[in-house]
Design a binder for this molecule. Structure first.
Ligand code: SF4
Length: 208
C-alpha cells in the first residue's frame, strides 16, 4: 500500500464515485411504482445493487478479508481522510475519546434507518448514509492531520466490523523483534497509519 499509493487512490476514488452514484443519484429520480422491477427503474436497480450486492459483500469481506474494506475501499474512510488532509488539523477532543460513541452511533443509525425505511426509499438511504458521510467529512475537516479520526472514534460500524473481522484468516502481524532490531540501524520511513493504529505492535485484525 505504501509503494503503490496512486493505484490505491484510483481504487478509493472509483469507489467514492460509485457510492455517490448509487446512494445520492436515485434520491433525485422520480419514485418508482411499488411493483417496478430492477430492469424497469434506475432507482430500483441502484437499490438492488447497493443493498442486495454491495452491502452484503462488504459484510462478507469482513469474514474473508478482514478490514481490507476499510483500508482499501470504504468511501467514507477515503473522504474523511481526504478532508483531514486539507482541514483545520485540530487535536482529538477529550469527549470524542469516549469508547461508547461507535455503539451509540450504530444504535441511532439502525433505529433511525428502520424508522425511515432506509432499505425501501432512495431518499431515506441518502438521508441515513449521506448524513453519516457528511458527518465523517466534517469530523475529518476539523480534526486530525491526514488521519481518520472518524474511523478511530466515531464510525457507527467500526465496532461491528472489528468483531466480524476477527474470524478472518487474513490479518496483520508485525515482526516485533525485527522491528526493534532494525529501527536503530535502518533509516525508518515514517508509517502514516490513517486510523492511528500503533503499527509496530499490531497482532491480529485492526483493533476497533
Ligand atoms: S471505520 Fe468505518 S468509515 Fe472508517 S473505513 Fe471502516 S467502515 Fe469506513
Amino acid at each position: 500500500m505504501r509503494t503503490h499509493p496512486h493505484t490505491l487512490q484510483a481504487i478509493q476514488w472509483s469507489v467514492v464515485a460509485s457510492y455517490v452514484l448509487l446512494v445520492a443519484g436515485p434520491a433525485f429520480l422520480p419514485l418508482p411504482p411499488e411493483t417496478a422491477h430492477w430492469y424497469e427503474s434506475l432507482v430500483v436497480t441502484a437499490q438492488w445493487l447497493f443493498w442486495g450486492i454491495w452491502w452484503p459483500l462488504v459484510i462478507l469481506s469482513m469474514f474473508v478479508l478482514g478490514r481490507t474494506w476499510c483500508g482499501v475501499f470504504c468511501p467514507e474512510g477515503t473522504l474523511t481522510e481526504a478532508a483531514s488532509r486539507h482541514g483545520l488539523g485540530r487535536g482529538v477532543p477529550a469527549w470524542m475519546r469516549w469508547g461508547g460513541w461507535p455503539f451509540v452511533a450504530f444504535a441511532v443509525t439502525t433505529i433511525f434507518g428502520q424508522l425511515v425505511s432506509v432499505y425501501q426509499y432512495a431518499a431515506a438511504t441518502l438521508l441515513v448514509l449521506g448524513g453519516s458521510t457528511v458527518a465523517a467529512i466534517v469530523v475529518g475537516f476539523v480534526y486530525g492531520r491526514g488521519k481518520r479520526v472518524w474511523c478511530r472514534h466515531l464510525c457507527p460500524v467500526n465496532g461491528v466490523f472489528a468483531v466480524l473481522s476477527r474470524v478472518s484468516p487474513l490479518h496483520y502481524r508485525v515482526d516485533a523483534a525485527g522491528w526493534a532490531a532494525n529501527a536503530a540501524h535502518i533509516p525508518v520511513h515514517p508509517v502514516n497509519c490513517a486510523p492511528m493504529v500503533r503499527t509496530s505492535s499490531i497482532d491480529g485484525s485492526l483493533p476497533g
